[in-house]
Design a protein around this ligand. Structure first.
Ligand SMILES: NC(=O)c1ccc[n+]([C@@H]2O[C@H](COP(=O)([O-])OP(=O)(O)OC[C@H]3O[C@@H](n4cnc5c(N)ncnc54)[C@H](OP(=O)(O)O)[C@@H]3O)[C@@H](O)[C@H]2O)c1
Length: 212
């Protein structure tokens, strides 16, 4: 598939490299693509561009920007360039204030997630929450003694979720579909839980697994 990654941070780079490693055609986007020159030299199969070029190129888009900028990044990318396409939403609504005792602050409430805000703003775009509750270093081909980790996903479009489930399987995850976009109210805060051992004990190497 043609994958367009919106985001030049650690998540955008990890997922762009991961998709390229799994033989997809990949472009990574930034408002200033020139900042990616060194990284592109180390990842020669990946192209780069402005958010709009990358979204227009893609069959599947990855949204990997700062949570407070997610709406703006999608506006810059151009609504017509992502309408109708699956957008893998890896963002978290992390506020600009510091964590309290290792607990991140969010700018959303438990009654409205960031992905619901984005879905309402861009009704034609097929958002699927994924990759938001694991550190960038464990997103692609994760290896755990305890077996395959679980990625919780949600979104309103069944076909888009099938596409994302296929990608997650390729990357070495088992997928649990939690339902419609509202389930992002529960999935996004997993990031808070994930980060507590990181901020308080420097432990960032875990992942979640659903046991039955
Ligand atoms: N770090 C992790 O391990 C991790 C794990 C799971 C999920 N996440 C989530 O993934 C997302 C990306 O995280 P990250 O740590 O890779 O990077 P980040 O620092 O949160 O975001 C960097 C990206 O945000 C874009 N951006 C910042 N301000 C913007 C604005 N005003 N308008 C448009 N774009 C703007 C930047 O664009 P430019 O390229 O133009 O500068 C850059 O591409 C976040 O939502 C984070 O919560 C992170």
């Amino acid at each position: 598939m043609r994958i367009g990654v919106l985001g030049s941070g650690v998540v955008g780079k990890a997922l762009a490299a991961g998709f390229a490693g799994h033989q997809h055609e990949v472009m990574i986007g930034s408002r200033s693509p020139e900042k990616l020159v060194d990284w592109l030299r180390e990842n020669p199969g990946v192209g780069s561009g402005l958010f709009g070029d990358v979204a227009a190129f893609a069959d599947v888009i990855v949204l990997a920007v700062k949570g407070t900028a997610a709406n703006e990044a999608l506006a810059i990318a151009g609504e017509d360039n992502h309408a109708g396409k699956p957008v893998i939403d890896a963002t978290n609504p992390i506020a600009d204030e510091p964590p309290v005792n290792g607990v991140l602050k969010f700018f959303t409430s438990l009654d409205e997630s960031l992905m619901e805000q984005l879905q309402r703003q861009y009704p034609r775009t097929r958002f699927v929450k994924a990759f938001s509750s694991v550190s960038s270093a464990r997103m692609v081909n994760p290896h755990f003694e305890g077996g395959k980790p679980t990625m919780f996903i949600c979104g309103n479009d069944a076909t888009a979720k099938e596409v994302v489930t296929g990608i997650l399987g390729q990357f070495g995850w088992e997928t649990e579909d939690m339902g419609g976009v509202e389930a992002a109210r529960a999935i996004e805060p997993l990031c808070m839980l994930y980060c507590i051992p990181g901020f308080t004990r420097e432990q960032w190497t875990h992942a979640f697994k659903l046991l039955r």
